[in-house]
Design a protein around this ligand. Sequence first.
Ligand SMILES: Nc1ncnc2[nH]cnc12
Ligand SMILES: [Zn+2]
Length: 333
Amino acid sequence: MKEFICGLPKVELHLHIEGSLEPELMFELAKRNQVAIPYNTPQEVRDAYEFHNLQSFLDIYYQGANVLIHEQDFFDLTWAYLLRCKEDNVLHTEIFFDPQTHTSRGIDFDIVICGIHRALVQAQHELGITSQLIMCFLRHLDEASAFETLEQALLHKDKIIAVGLDSSELGHPPKKFENVFQKALTEGFLTVAHAGEEGPAKNIDDALVLLRTARIDHGVRCVEDEALVGRLIEGKVPLTVCPLSNTKLKVFEDMEQHNVVELLRRGVCVTLNSDDPAYFGGYMNANFLAVANAHPMSKEELAQFTLNAIEASFISESEKLRLQKETLTYLMQ
Ligand SMILES: Nc1ncnc2[nH]cnc12
Ligand SMILES: [Zn+2]
């Protein structure tokens, strides 16, 4: 099964670029930019990655991002992730970035997006990997800051397909961002949101209704509301599920308890993703393997995760057809 998973074409829809910062690159950038970090070796960094919930992770994650200063740093970060995509046979990826994590430290929005975008263009040419970019608002910050960030994004509309919502879910429900999402929709952006990761199923409903999201990021707590699960199936609402993230952040005690395979078998459009792979112990292949090891499943079921992700992606119908064909050809061989 490992061989099948490694060769399976994949589409990633839930990846925070700041969460792909490996300790080795963190050290390299800290040295290059003369930024002090509270660790002596990359191994010490890894040893610090013991989380008991989302917030305990976010505190360390935002600190790690301090080494990112120049456009080249954002390029290097993104390029390193894209090389890992190549290794895991990820053909298309939709990447989150958190501008406020950087603008709040005095880094220009333009530096962040131009560095990331340059790597995405190069990856299309040199690696054959296609991509989209999703700008997330940090939900622990206020509405005014989100509006300011949206204003900055308007100059880069050509590079951003959607806006999203991440960071601390508890205490920061979708309603807080209803107005800014409304404005983003008016400006032509698609919308997504993290919901039902640590927060209640109600956040999923609110994200769909108030923020008009095309997908839900995580969404695993939907099972607490049977009627909602029915609506997700009926409405073909995609969930971008992140199994290794969920076990690292104790959303589930272990992978055996994870509900993604149950949701798949019930007909929910679930997809597998890596979230913050440098912090949670693995990229796409590792997530597929962890799920398949804990929940024996058929090749058809594994390929369904990819087919769901293709359907849920923000690409043209002709691109979807091309990726579907490649996936089905692989499955039939
Ligand atoms: N899993 C996650 N949930 C919320 N915000 C995040 N930012 C990065 N990873 C996140
Ligand atoms: Zn996430």
